[in-house]
Design a protein around this ligand. Structure first.
Ligand code: NI
Length: 259
């Protein structure tokens, strides 16, 4: 009874066992998966995965680091893909100033255009924001993101920022990082925000939780994340899984149980 809200199963690190892994997820308690595009190519592969597996949905979008590859023609293609029935969000989109590549102006331009796209198709956004707290907030505010909603994926900012986003109608994506020794700030955020605002995510193949930190991640490790959240909040693991699944169904506008 777990909803995996953010995975990258098109990644070459799943080349050997993608089929076997995705097929067995429902038996292992991972009912639904949203595979998230991060480039034009991975969006294309995401779409193919949604067509192949009933329990896999997708998000279409271009990650800030990949925005240098966008032009009018490819953006046009993206606008068609987001209309697909099993594409339930626009993402992952945002700003990443950690590497600062491509230039901030380019990242901002395509972030804004993809926000407008989400608005146009009325689908939520999956936001990637790293070392860019203020600009991300300003741009989302400018485009009245509260009317679209979505998730701040792999949340890494302050409690104050988390509260502002929740007020804006956003969910907070929590993954393997919450189990890391040095993640005190994130654990504080998890402790102080309501469970109704949290989504479970892996970002696999990245961000494997303890005790698998550094290995290839997959949705099979989500119970470690759920356990940590349950421990922080002093509630049962079942409650964490059930509520976060309901949150995800709500955000992605997926009706009823699909599997
Ligand atoms: Ni991701």
């Amino acid at each position: 009874m777990i909803f995996e809200t953010h995975a990258h199963y098109e990644d070459p690190r799943f080349a050997e066992d993608r089929e076997a892994l995705l097929t067995k997820l429902p038996q292992e308690g991972i009912d639904l998966v949203v595979n998230v595009g991060s480039s034009l190519e991975s969006t294309k592969e995401t779409l193919a995965l949604t067509k192949k597996y009933p329990h896999v949905y997708g998000a279409a979008g271009v990650h800030p680091e990949e925005t240098g590859a966008l032009d009018e023609e490819s953006f046009q293609w993206l606008t068609q893909v987001v209309e697909e029935e099993k594409i339930v969000a626009v993402g992952e989109i945002g700003l990443d100033y950690y590497w600062d590549e491509p230039a901030r102006e380019i990242q901002k331009e395509w972030f804004e255009r993809q926000i407008l796209l989400a608005r146009q198709v009325k689908k939520p956004m999956i936001i990637h924001s790293r070392d860019a707290a203020q600009d991300t907030w300003d741009i989302l505010k400018k485009h009245r993101a509260e009317e679209i909603g979505g998730v701040i994926h792999c949340f890494s900012y302050s409690l104050e920022m988390a509260k502002k986003y929740i007020e804006m109608g956003f969910y907070i994506g929590v993954g393997g990082v919450v189990t890391f020794k040095n993640a005190k700030k994130l654990r504080q955020v998890v402790a102080d925000i309501p469970l109704t605002s949290i989504l479970l995510e892996t970002d696999c193949p990245y961000m494997a939780p303890e005790p698998h930190r550094g290995k290839r991640n997959s949705s099979l490790y989500l119970p470690f994340v759920a356990e940590k959240i349950a421990e922080i909040k002093g509630i049962s693991v079942d409650e964490v899984c059930a509520q976060t699944k309901e949150n995800a169904m709500q955000m992605y506008q997926i009706k009823g149980c699909q599997v």
